[in-house]
Design a protein around this ligand. Structure first.
Ligand code: NAD
Length: 246
């Protein structure tokens, strides 16, 4: 990333409503692997799209539970990076700021972002597979995983949205509202392939927002973004904050 476009700083200075969509790329610098990078070692022979489904869990609950236990450990060891922290500061500068994330790692909340919509749930929470009832706190110890929900007796599963499942309605509706009302819309660290999240920047652009992409590599969205900034989130976002401070 050589320099920031001056027009972008001007647009941000006069913006009132800012919305953001993040994907796995913003957590890459925290050491959380993207789906594509995640299949290493023991898990290399499994396809995530065949583990992250209700059918896979019904077929082999232990296997799916253990895959998530491994991913949960990676997330628990990760700390928010400069990109997450810059978004916390950016939120303070605007009257209306909404951060929608496709990530399940919980790092935006851990960093201190306040208005976070977790479109795909969180790997740090659990719910009953049968009833969907959330679990308060940590799962009970268990010799034969997955453990059971203490109230319903059903198997516990991660509170994430699996392939083929519906997104949480309220978070999706609020994300669409934020996209339609945004003066500036950021799409950060996402390959812009997974719908409906990928439609949010398009909604924003149709409604007249300036759309800014931050990604070290080109995505299907790069050509239609108003500004496509080639760089890492952990470098570009702090640079934007610094430019606004001058
Ligand atoms: P993706 O893996 O499809 O794409 C990641 C994007 O991030 C790529 O375009 C890549 O070029 C970019 N990137 C890599 N390093 C970056 C950096 N330092 N700064 C900015 N961008 C960077 O991820 P996706 O678009 O989020 O979609 C995949 C799905 O996988 C999502 O539904 C998500 O829920 C799930 N997922 C989440 C996590 C997580 O919670 N951290 C991890 C893996 C997968």
């Amino acid at each position: 990333m050589s320099h920031l476009p001056a027009d972008l700083t001007d647009v941000l200075r006069s913006a009132r409503c800012v919305a953001v969509l993040t994907g796995a790329g913003i957590s890459a610098e925290s050491g959380v692997p993207t789906f594509r990078d995640a299949q290493t070692g023991l898990w290399a022979k499994y396809d995530p799209t065949e583990l992250a489904t209700p059918e896979a869990f019904a077929r082999d609950p232990r296997l799916v539970w253990e895959w998530y236990a491994w991913r949960r450990e990676l997330c628990a060891a990760a700390k928010p990076n400069a990109g997450h922290l810059a978004l916390v500061e950016l939120e303070k500068l605007f009257d209306d700021f909404t951060l929608t994330t496709q990530n399940v790692d919980g790092l935006h909340l851990l960093a201190g972002s306040r208005r976070v919509l977790e479109l795909h749930g969180s790997i740090r929470r659990y719910k009953c597979f049968d009833t969907g009832r959330p679990l308060e706190g940590e799962p009970p110890p268990c010799d034969d995983p997955p453990p059971r929900h203490p109230d319903t007796g059903g198997m516990l599963r991660p509170d994430v949205v699996w392939f083929g499942e519906a997104l949480p309605e309220a978070a999706l509706m609020e994300s669409i509202r934020a996209a339609r009302e945004a003066d500036v819309y950021f799409t950060i660290g996402t390959s812009a392939l997974v719908y409906p999240a990928a439609s949010l920047p398009i909604e924003a652009q149709r409604a007249g927002a300036t759309v800014v992409e931050i990604n070290p590599t080109e995505t299907p969205f790069s050509k239609i973004a108003t500004f496509s900034l080639r760089g890492k989130a952990g470098e570009v976002l702090p640079a934007i904050l610094q430019a606004l401070d001058q």
